[in-house]
Design a protein around this ligand. Structure first.
Ligand SMILES: [Fe+2]
Ligand SMILES: [Fe+2]
Length: 350
């Protein structure tokens, strides 16, 4: 489904608003149709790319299960394509697929999400293209070693001490598998090996480790519910603030914002909206898609507020919908924005 917000954004970036008055209605409508088709075509391409990553990672897991060799040339080709796409198109469309996760594809989805998020952090830190390529290549397979302990992980009930220690060794297993190939350089290998370690370690390890915990906290697992993005940021700063290089965590928080994309926020007007974009360097002033009025009723003419430009009202704080996440993701999986709105509307009144 094509979202109106995407169409408006593309219309704005194509200059349509500025020239709109000089055009007749028919031409404007044709322009919007073209833009809508472009957005939809782009969305399909991004879905294909995301799914290509999932297939690649799933295949690698299967090859290890069957004691076969992994085709790392395909992985490197994918790494370059993913990086070029993010550098040229941005990650906005790709990030839309973060939520597509289920028990059976959790590990490949988690690995893809960590790769996309690591790339963003690397870009914010100013890494060059060859560093970013190595970073993505490492992030894609950081949890490859989990396959060696999957029988323990999938077991029901609490794990014993010996089992826990074996699961904690999965980064070492990842590194062992990857070291037998030419896929990663030494920094990549050590970063995979240390992605859960909190002592001195390579820079990529800090980036992948941070992306890893943020992704894990904001997504559901079999044993826990997802937490809202702003809660994840708070938890990371509180519990792990000193575990990462200061510039890595500072850059992450500054760019992702106090209200990360996907957070629900309440405005000083009583309206409720969802954060659709962070404003770099202004963590308290993101762009918000306002969807509900002060009575929690769905707004017919929804609007986008850029708090960098807004001085009459402000964001009062996050709206906690943690316990209602399941309904929200069901609505999202339908890829039906109206369904999401109806769900939130009814929940807000419950
Ligand atoms: Fe891990
Ligand atoms: Fe991980």
């Amino acid at each position: 489904m094509i979202r109106m917000s995407d169409i408006i954004k593309m219309a704005e970036s194509s200059g349509l608003k500025k020239i709109g008055k000089e055009k007749n209605d028919e031409i404007i409508s044709q322009d919007i149709t073209n833009i809508a088709q472009k957005v939809e075509a782009n969305r399909i391409e991004m879905a294909k790319l995301y799914n290509r990553g999932i297939t690649l990672i799933s295949d690698a897991f299967n090859q290890i299960r069957e004691n076969k060799n992994i085709d790392f040339s395909q992985a490197l080709d994918f790494t370059r394509t993913l990086l070029d796409t993010i550098l040229i198109e941005g990650d906005e469309q790709l990030s839309g697929f973060y939520e597509i996760i289920s028990a059976d594809n959790y590990l490949p989805s988690h690995s893809m999400n960590v790769s996309i998020l690591s790339t963003k952090i690397g870009m914010w830190l100013g890494l060059n293209k060859s560093e970013l390529t190595e970073l993505i290549a490492s992030a894609l397979f950081h949890d490859l070693g989990m396959i060696k302990v999957e029988d323990i992980v999938q077991k029901e009930g609490r794990l014993g001490m010996a089992e826990r220690m074996k699961v904690e060794k999965h980064p070492e297993y990842s590194e062992e598998i990857l070291r037998t190939t030419n896929y990663l350089n030494e920094e990549g290998l050590l970063s995979v090996k240390t992605h859960h370690y909190r002592g001195p370690r390579p820079r990529f390890s800090h980036i992948i480790g941070l992306a890893d915990i943020y992704e894990a906290i904001t997504h559901p697992r079999m044993y826990k519910k997802a937490k809202a993005p702003h809660k994840a940021i708070g938890e990371i700063i509180e519990k792990e603030g000193l575990s990462f290089q200061a510039d890595v965590i500072k850059t992450f928080v500054n760019n992702i914002g106090v209200y990360p994309v996907g957070s629900w926020v309440k405005l000083s007007t009583g309206e409720i909206g969802i954060v659709i974009e962070a404003n770099k360097g202004y963590p308290l002033s993101p762009k918000v898609h306002v969807m509900f009025n002060h009575l929690s009723e769905q707004i017919k003419n929804r609007k986008i507020v850029d708090f960098m430009k807004e001085s009459y009202f402000y964001i009062e704080g996050p709206v906690d919908i943690t316990e209602k996440e399941e309904a929200k993701s069901e609505a999202k999986n339908d890829e039906n924005e109206d369904s999401l709105l109806k769900t939130w509307g009814s929940l807000s009144n419950s």
